[in-house]
Each structure stands twice: as structure tokens, then as C-alpha cells.
Design a protein around this ligand. Structure first.
Ligand code: DON
Length: 306
């Protein structure tokens, strides 16, 4: 039933890839295939379903913000993290600087916009960027059950060279006392996290652990403490698709996180992890066809949590 639903969702959403554009503000991402559409379901009993262009490789981009928040919360506790970053949805684009100057204490509104993720990156355990990055990469590999996951260094160099808005955000946060230590080192770590290369199977497995209350379906190992896992699902639900999170909740109703590489990761509590990739994006930076696949799947399998 799930396999048929996923196959139909992909087939019926293929045309929507024509409605979006591949991200080009990071020049290397412009090489992405705008026609690609693939998906994976990994359920909490360990069943795997792959459909469409599931072998497409893509960089994880903002989906990494979920794993960075997991590490920041495990390493520092809830109070310390949320003294520096908020939990409120943002009605602005993901890389906006607009509210930083006016919000109380200059705290980024949430950990899934770029400003909030840069703060969380700075909070991850490690004396320097390399140690922090290793911590995040190891967590991604563990959650995906895949030790061969690596950085795409062409994308990393492209982000580093053109990431002036992120640089402005990070220097502002340093000036406001929200981040400490070396700004360029933190930015390098953030860019590297965004440039990690994956396939939908990796992301669906990460989502399945979150769906399974932090426990890996393949080993029963607790990877994410239950209280952290609860915060992750709540934040995905409120903030995962930036300034279209509310519409996504209404239309799809699955806690999710998007990235400009074209991925949407969805977590259906106690049932399954879902990952879709479709590099053609809408104006919010979310996969146009990816949203359609999620919507069709949610309707067909009654996945909305609301
Ligand atoms: O920092 C950036 O702008 C990108 N590396 C990540 C942004 C992103 O994925 C937003 N997601 N929809």
C-alpha cells in the first residue's frame, strides 16, 4: 500500500518540477537536475521503499540544521540553547537579517533559519570548527546508519566563496554577543554541514529515528534522548519550511524540514521517516514537487498528525 502510494505520488507530481528553479545563489547548486524527483520511506519497523530518481545525490543543506540542533541540545541542555535562540516561526525568508536587530537580545527567532543554525553550530561541543564538524558528521552518519557519508567540497567551496549574507549574519551575532569564538571558523563549520552529500535513503533513515522516539529501528539503540527528540519534532512542525511552515501544516500535517538542495525530510511519529528530493524550488526555497509528493502521500496514507 505504501509502495503504491509513493509511486503514484511521484508520478502525479513530476510535472510540478517544471514550476520551480534550481537554487543558483550558491553557484555549484545550479548544476542540480531540475527534472529529478525521487523519494524514500523507511518505517519504524525497518521496511525500506525507494521510488523515482532515488539515486540522485544532493547536498543536505538546511536539513542539517535538524542534526545541528540535536547536537547542540545534547551538548548544552535546553535552557542554555534556548537562551541564545528562540522557538518561534519566522515569516521572513531563511537567510533574512531583518528581525535580528529588533528582536529582544538579538536572539534569532528559531534554530532552523540560517541565523539560528549558525548559533547552534557555535554551541556544538568542540574546541574548534573541525571538532564541532566531526561531532555533527558523526551524528549524521549514525542517524543514517551510513559511515560513508562525506562532504561535497565543490559545494562547500562555492558556499564559502559566495556566502556573504551568512557572513553578515554571523558577524552581527558576534557583535551582539550571541556567538563566541572565531566567526570564520563557525561559518566554515556551518557551510561544511550544509555541503554534506546524501541520498534520500540516508535522510529517510534519519527521519525514521526521530519518528521512532530517538531509537534506531535497525538496532534499537537510543541515539536521541526522548526530551530532545520531542523538541526536534515540535520545531520541525513550527519552523521546518520557513515562511511556508503554516501552509505545509495545513496541507500536509507532517513535521518536516527542507533544504535548498531540494530535499524535504518528513517525520510521521511512530510510523515512518520520509525523504523526497526534487531540486526545483519555489520562492521560499522549498522543493515544489517535493511538497506535492508529501501532500499526496499524506492524503493517501492519512499521515497528518493533526
Ligand atoms: O546557508 C544557506 O543559505 C544554505 N547553505 C542553506 C539554506 C537552505 O537550505 C534553506 N532551505 N530551504
Amino acid at each position: 500500500m505504501e509502495k503504491t502510494a509513493l509511486k503514484n505520488a511521484i508520478e502525479n507530481s513530476r510535472d510540478a518540477t517544471k514550476l520551480g528553479e534550481v537554487a543558483s545563489y550558491i553557484p555549484e547548486l545550479a548544476k542540480g537536475n531540475r527534472d529529478a524527483l525521487g523519494a524514500c520511506i523507511f518505517d519504524t519497523s525497518g521496511n525500506l521503499i525507494l521510488e523515482g530518481d532515488y539515486q540522485t545525490k544532493f547536498t543536505i543543506q538546511s536539513v542539517s540544521k535538524v542534526i545541528t540542533l540535536i547536537c547542540a541540545l545534547i551538548d548544552n541542555g535546553k535552557e542554555a540553547v534556548f537562551s541564545k535562540v528562540g522557538n518561534e516561526p519566522s515569516s521572513d525568508p531563511f537567510n533574512s537579517l531583518l528581525k535580528l536587530e529588533i528582536v529582544e537580545n538579538h536572539k534569532p527567532l528559531n534554530s532552523f533559519i540560517n541565523a539560528g543554525a549558525i548559533v547552534c553550530t557555535s554551541l556544538v561541543a568542540g574546541d574548534n570548527g573541525i571538532e564541532k564538524f566531526t561531532r555533527i558528521l558523526n551524528m549524521i552518519r549514525k542517524l543514517a546508519n551510513n559511515d560513508s557519508i562525506e562532504v561535497n567540497y565543490s559545494v562547500f567551496r562555492s558556499e564559502k566563496l559566495t556566502g556573504n549574507t551568512n557572513r553578515a549574519i554571523a558577524y552581527f551575532l558576534k557583535g551582539a554577543g550571541i556567538i563566541e569564538k572565531d566567526v570564520e571558523d563557525i561559518l566554515d563549520t556551518y557551510f561544511k554541514c550544509c555541503s554534506i552529500e546524501v541520498e534520500v535513503e540516508d535522510i529517510a533513515k534519519i527521519a525514521s529515528v526521530i519518528a521512532n522516539n530517538g531509537i534506531a529501528p535497525w538496532s534499537n539503540e537510543v541515539i536521541i534522548p526522548k526530551d530532545v527528540n520531542r523538541i526536534i519534532k515540535a520545531t520541525m512542525s513550527a519552523c521546518g519550511l520557513y515562511d511556508s511552515s503554516g501552509k505545509f501544516s495545513v496541507d500536509v500535517g507532517i513535521p518536516a524540514k527542507s533544504g535548498v538542495g531540494g530535499c524535504i525530510m518528513g517525520v510521521v511519529p511512530n510510523r515512518m521517516g520520509i525523504a523526497v528530493v526534487g531540486p526545483a524550488l519555489d520562492k521560499h526555497g522549498n522543493s515544489v514537487a517535493g511538497i506535492k509528493v508529501m501532500e499526496a502521500l499524506s492524503k493517501a496514507l492519512e499521515l497528518s498528525i493533526f
